[in-house]
Design a protein around this ligand. Sequence first.
Ligand code: NAD
Ligand code: DAU
Length: 362
Amino acid sequence: MTNVRNTILVTGGAGFIGSNFVLQWIRNCSDAVVNLDLLTYAGNPDNLAAIEDDSRHKLVRGDICDAELVAALLREHRPKFIVHFAAESHVDRSIVDPGAFIRTNVQGTFTLLEQARLYWSELDEAGRKEFRFLHISTDEVYGTLGPDDPAFSEISAYAPNSPYAASKAASDHLARAYFHTYGLPVLTTNCSNNYGPFQFPEKLIPLVILNALEGKPLPVYGDGCNVRDWLFVEDHCSAICAVLDRGRVGETYNIGGNSERKNLDVVTAICDLVDDLRPDTALGPRSKLITFVADRPGHDRRYAIDATKISRELGWRPDEEFISGLRKTVAWYLDHGSWVQSVRTGAYRDWIRKNYEERLPQ
Ligand code: NAD
Ligand code: DAU
């Protein structure tokens, strides 16, 4: 008899990717979800409104740095998996306030790993075998690529360039060490840029959708030729399920959309979609709103993911094409005006002022 239950502990499940994951999990699986989230500016219980009456989901407001709380949740709910999304996630904020990133991303991940180790070591043999700690990470840990460099693979060297990337790299190293030293069944995923519903409008895609809709300037850092690989968030969630189900413990898996795009091309595509879905003849084409602004310090030039390993070993592939996913995303933001209003609080407006007011047009 195993002494884990059919329950998973998700951290950061009220944020962008975490909430999409929890919604998908509750839709597709019978297991319950305990969702530990501090509800920072980026966490929003409204993201989970569709499951508010579902007794299988329990949202606990709390901090992953709180070892006693984490231990109590593990004791009470006896999860079979921990899926760890909670993080400070915005590169620009990490440049302004790196300390918050060290606290949550490094100290918080350490606290979770340590409490998971203590919990796991007391399970019976079957429980220990079934248990998984899935650490969700990013392609930014690998640094930046030149135009002709091969995409990042699982054996690319770590070379983080922003305080955010460095804090995630540190957390990846801790996750790795807990597998190698203690045998804790840890897996790590490193994913490229996600987009889709419920993304906080500090990130490029939702920010540009909303500014385009409202006829505001569309801020493009530097020359707009930085390249990102884009993955629709539901595809990231299905990859995480594949890793939980079939991933080999101790391994890392790179996840990507095979959709490299220059930022300027992404912004132009959004303009075209907003023009199409909400034409405004007085305003004219939204691409007129594109404004080049001061670059992000240390801005990585290019990210690209080689997702061969997860495809070959686990049979995972993304379902969504970039343009169809972007169209769904634009339509979602246009249809969810009250969600948008609820997240654009005073603190959000302060951040927008702080980040953009001093980026004088080039
Ligand atoms: P997000 O900022 O939208 O959400 C983060 C969530 O974590 C929020 O709900 C927030 O309230 C919660 N949180 C923050 N600090 C906490 C703490 N101390 N204790 C408990 N909860 C806390 O982030 P996201 O974009 O959904 O990213 C989720 C994870 O995926 C992160 O680990 C990020 O590094 C990783 N990731 C993100 C992307 C992307 O494109 N967004 C790509 C690859 C990997
Ligand atoms: O690569 C994965 C990472 O993707 C995740 O780990 C991070 O959590 C996530 O925030 C994202 O990081 P980026 O820095 O790539 O995302 P962001 O949306 O902030 O920026 C995307 C690109 O657009 C980047 O090159 C910077 C640029 N940009 C961004 C903003 C907010 C602009 O040109 N203008 C902007 O106003």
